[in-house]
Design a protein around this ligand. Structure first.
Ligand code: HEM
Length: 160
């Protein structure tokens, strides 16, 4: 791969630093898992609530939509933490990960998770604007897909 010398040097220095400092590699792993616990845990609770509300009364739906909006404030920063720590981890063993099919499978699943999240946010907005049944059907489907994808990414991560 064509990487400018200065960038290659910086990546190598980071890889050496992480390899030489156990506390750094352990800390990075702990932060990655903390972001997953917080973001994934919150997302799973919300995905289940959305599935329940899809076949529930209007009052429950309104309450769940408010909970969804609050959950974004937790899930999005947690995902940023997961991405930053994941990217730093990737850079520390770049060649190994770029050559790993499991790594690319995991990245593909993460891309699907993000796309599904965007579709879910749009359905949430439509449900708020009153386009009820169609929007709730989409919320239910995207909630189910999100549940499956969080576990799929977690399992792929463990097989890296
Ligand atoms: C939904 C988001 C994610 C989930 C659920 C997830 C899950 C995991 C899990 C369970 C592990 C194993 C940790 C351990 O054994 O201690 C892991 C490791 C790792 N993840 Fe993620 N991850 C996510 C996002 C990312 C992203 C966005 C990247 C890259 C940009 C990434 C890169 C890595 C790397 C490089 C490892 C280290 C593998 C190793 O050498 O053991 N992850 N991830």
């Amino acid at each position: 791969m064509l990487i400018p010398d200065a960038l290659a040097g910086a990546i190598q220095a980071w890889a050496d630093f992480k390899a030489d400092h156990r506390v750094v590699s352990r800390g990075l792993g702990a932060l990655h898992l903390s972001g997953i616990l917080l973001g994934g845990g919150t997302a799973i609770v919300i995905d289940r609530a959305v599935r329940r509300a899809a076949s529930g009364a209007d009052a429950l739906r309104t309450h769940v939509l408010d909970e969804v909006a609050l959950a974004h404030r937790v899930v999005i920063p947690a995902l940023v933490l997961v991405f930053v720590t994941g990217a730093l981890w990737t850079l520390s063993e770049l060649e190994e990960f770029l050559a790993s099919p499991v790594y690319w499978l995991k990245m593909g699943l993460i891309a699907l998770l993000l796309i599904n999240g965007v579709v879910m946010m749009r359905a949430e907005r439509a449900a708020r604007d009153g386009a009820s049944n169609d929007a709730w059907a989409r919320l239910r489907t995207t909630g189910t897909i999100s549940l499956v994808l969080w576990f799929a990414v977690l399992i792929a991560g463990k097989f890296l």
